[in-house]
Design a protein around this ligand. Sequence first.
Ligand code: ZN
Length: 314
Amino acid sequence: MLAAAMDIGGTKTIIALVDNKGSIINKRQIKTNTYDYKAHFDCCIKLMEECLSEHFLNKQDILGLGINLPGMVNSTSGLLYHAPFAGWRNVKVIDYFSKQTGLKNIYIENDVNSCAEGEMFFGNTSGNFLWITVSTGIGGAVVVNNKLIFGENNCAGEIGHVKVEYENPRKCSCGQFGCTEAQASGTAINTLFKELIHKDSSYIDKLKQFDLNPDASGCAFLARLKDEECIKIFKTCGLYLGRALSTAANLLNPKEIFIGGGVSLSFDLIIDEIQKQIKENTIPQCSVVTVKPTALGYEAALLAAASLVFRRNK
Ligand SMILES: [Zn+2]
């Protein structure tokens, strides 16, 4: 069985054909056109059709289309309320795609909620878990008894805005201070690493020596070479994530916490500190939670978009 999947992000969009075992059959990647959503959606459809025709397939050969969107989504009515990165508001996404493609099974979901659905379909979960994306920002999804929890305004699971630093807080994208996103996201790691380079010019030589960028991946590379200051940056990130996850664990008592997003590639550098924080800050019944990287790997969000189709058409 095949599904078409679109992972529409703030900077890039991936369009793919995915089978129900989680293999990507064909894919395209483009920059997200944030100025004109209709032009962007039309381009996505054209690339989906290209992916199909390259494999001598047509739209009748796919079970449906799953679309991840970065923002507030009503998956039942098919409406994107607001995508903050682009200023898209009240876009009838399902209506638009069904008119343009003629496809009947079209599903949309917020990108992080979608990842939680993907973990349920392609991974192995207890049905009581949290899914956290640690990337440019930090987002979360809550699953209780195999059901996503949405909350009054579809904002449940916003762990990125749980406060974890009150004494010396950094400013968050939401306008507040000391949020997990401001203290522990990929962006926060970039900032800490840049501050280190600014303070100690020997890091400029290290970046040149190993052809690294002054960002979180460069910092991870040096941390794995046992650079003490870079290790400290990831420990700091783990400490703040651990504080936020401890709060979530006490509140929701999940069996697992799955971590995805770019920073999950540095899971080995943050997990000890996360576990230490959970052990110190949760009651024993809640401290048994297992923290692990997503089973879906680097393409988690894309597979998740496809899972929106497979989960509803079993
Ligand atoms: Zn915030």
